[in-house]
Design a protein around this ligand. Structure first.
Ligand code: MTE
Ligand code: CO
Length: 427
C-alpha cells in the first residue's frame, strides 16, 4: 500500500469510500495521523509530579541545531509512492494539517526537483547576466549581498498542486491534495538592482533564469514582472536557503507558479522574446478539451483548503472544535473565507487571523460545536480583486478534464460519525 493509503485509479466516490474505509485503522500505524491521546500515563499527571519535574534536563549544548520534539516525529514531508518514479525527479508534500499560522518551517517545505538537489559550493557559485544588456556581468554571492536587500513573505505553489484531483477525489489527506505549497519569509535583493547594474538594452523585453542543477531548468519571464517584484533570495525564515530550496540563491517570482522560481540560479539571459523552453511548452501548460494548450498561465488563482479537520486530522471530540485552514491568492491578499459544514447549503464567514501579506498565505479559523453528525466541509476564498474560488465543476466546464495544472477548485472533506475524514467530491 502506498503511504497515502490511496491508490491510483480510485476515482469514483463509491470506490473512494471503500478505499478510505479500508485504511482507516492503519493511518495511525504509518504515522500519518497524530498519536492518540489514549497513550497518556496518569502517573505523570496531577496530582502526581511529572517525570520532567523531578530531574535535570539536557544541557544547552545537547542540540546545537535545534530539532522538534521526538513526539512530533510524525510531522514530516511525505511522498506519494505512485507519483515517485525516481526520487531525483519527483515531489514530496508539506504536512499542512500539522502546521499553524502562516509560516512554513524550513524543514517542512515541500520539495520539487527535476534532477535532484544540486550541491552548490558557495565559494564557487557564480551568477551570470548576459544577453540584451550593456555589460554582461558575473556575480559572486558576496557581490549580490552588497546590494540593498528586502524581506518579504510569499507563498510558492507548484502549478501541479491538486493536479491529481482534476478527475475526481483521489488522495487521502490535505498534505497530498494541497501540500505542494510553502510560505516563508525571504531575504534577498530585488532583481531590478542586478538587472540595472548590467544595464538593459532598449529592446529588452524578457528574462530567462536558468538553474545550476543538472536539469538546467529555465523559464521565460516578462521583464515587467522581473522589474516589479522578483527577488534573488539567499535566506528563508532568517537563515540561509536550504539545499532543497536552491541554496545558495533562488529566484522568487511572487504569486506566479512555482516552476518559475528557479533554484540554484546560475544565469539570467535578457532577450526580446520568450524562449519557449521545455517547461513552458510540453510541461506547465494547460491542455484544454479540444487538445490545444493554454499558453503561459503564470498567476496562481485564489484558493483555500480546510487543513483541520482533514483525512490525516480526524475530529477527536464532539462539542467544541476548531476548524482551521489556509487561503491564498497570487493576485493579492485574501479578503474573505467562507465555510460550509453541509456541502454548500449554508455558508458562514471564517475568521482570518494573523498577518495579511500580499501573495502570502492567510490563516483562517472557524469555531463550531460538533454534535456527531456527518459533515461535508468546504472552504471558499475571495481575494482582493473580488475573485471567488470556483467549484471543481465550474473549472471543468471551462477547462475540460485534460488539465493537471492550476486546479484551484473547492475541496470537500466528508466527516463521518466516528470523526474519520475522507476526500470526496460532491456535485
Ligand atoms: N529550479 C531548478 N533549478 N530545478 C527544479 O527542478 N523545480 C521547480 C522550481 N524551481 C525546479 C526549480 C518547481 S516545478 C517548483 S514547484 C519549485 O521549484 C519547487 O520549489 P521547492 O522545492 O522549494 O518547493
Ligand atoms: Co512545480
Amino acid at each position: 500500500m502506498s503511504e497515502t493509503g490511496s491508490s491510483k485509479g480510485r476515482t469514483t466516490r463509491r470506490g473512494f469510500l471503500t478505499g478510505a474505509a479500508a485504511v482507516g485503522g492503519s493511518l495511525a500505524a504509518t504515522g500519518l495521523v497524530r498519536p492518540a491521546m489514549a497513550e497518556s500515563d496518569p502517573e505523570n499527571q496531577p496530582p502526581n509530579v511529572a517525570d520532567w519535574s523531578k530531574y535535570l534536563g539536557e544541557g544547552v549544548d545537547a542540540r546545537p541545531y535545534g530539532t522538534p520534539s521526538e513526539y512530533e516525529s510524525h510531522v514530516v514531508r511525505r511522498n506519494v509512492a505512485w507519483l515517485t518514479a525516481s526520487p531525483e525527479s519527483s515531489v514530496n508534500f508539506t504536512p499542512l494539517h500539522e502546521l499553524d499560522g502562516i509560516i512554513t518551517p524550513n524543514g517542512l517545505c515541500f520539495e520539487r526537483h527535476h534532477s535532484g538537489i544540486a550541491e552548490v559550493v558557495p565559494s564557487d557559485f557564480r551568477l551570470m547576466i548576459n544577453g540584451l544588456v550593456d555589460k554582461p556581468l558575473i556575480f559572486t554571492m558576496e557581490d549580490i549581498k552588497r546590494f540593498p536587500r528586502t524581506n518579504k513573505v510569499y507563498f510558492l505553489e507548484c502549478a501541479a498542486n491538486s493536479g491529481m484531483e482534476w478527475r475526481g477525489a483521489q488522495l487521502n489527506g490535505c498534505q497530498f491534495t494541497h501540500g505542494m505549497i510553502h510560505c516563508v519569509m525571504y531575504t534577498g535583493v530585488p532583481l531590478k538592482h542586478i538587472l540595472e547594474e548590467a544595464g538593459l538594452k532598449t529592446n529588452a523585453k524578457w528574462i530567462m533564469p536558468e538553474g545550476g542543477d543538472a536539469s538546467g531548468m529555465n523559464r521565460s519571464i516578462p521583464l515587467e514582472k522581473a522589474l516589479d517584484d522578483c527577488m534573488l533570495a539567499f535566506a528563508m525564515n532568517g537563515e540561509a536557503l536550504r539545499p532543497e530550496q536552491g541554496y545558495p540563491l533562488r529566484l522568487v517570482v511572487p504569486g506566479w507558479e512555482g516552476n518559475m522560481w528557479v533554484k540554484w540560479l546560475r544565469r539570467i539571459e535578457v532577450g526580446d522574446e520568450p524562449w519557449h523552453a521545455r517547461e513552458e511548452t510540453s510541461k506547465y501548460t494547460d491542455l484544454m478539451e479540444d487538445g490545444r494548450a493554454r499558453r503561459f498561465t503564470w498567476a496562481m488563482d485564489c484558493k483555500s483548503v480546510v487543513t483541520n479537520p482533514s483525512p490525516q486530522a480526524p475530529l477527536l471530540h464532539k462539542g467544541r472544535n476548531v476548524l482551521s485552514g489556509l487561503a491564498w491568492s497570487g493576485r493579492g491578499t485574501v479578503d474573505r473565507v467562507d465555510i460550509t459544514l453541509d456541502g454548500g447549503k449554508n455558508w458562514r464567514h471564517a475568521r482570518i487571523d494573523g498577518p495579511s501579506f500580499d501573495k502570502s498565505v492567510h490563516r483562517f479559523y472557524y469555531e463550531f460545536d460538533w454534535n456527531g453528525e456527518p459533515l461535508l466541509v468546504q472552504s471558499r476564498a475571495i481575494d482582493s480583486t473580488g475573485y471567488l474560488q470556483p467549484t471543481k465543476n465550474e473549472l471543468r466546464a471551462v477547462r475540460g478534464t485534460n488539465s493537471i495544472y492550476h486546479n484551484n477548485g473547492i475541496q470537500t472533506w466528508h466527516v463521518r460519525e466516528n470523526g474519520e475524514v475522507e476526500n470526496v467530491e460532491i456535485s
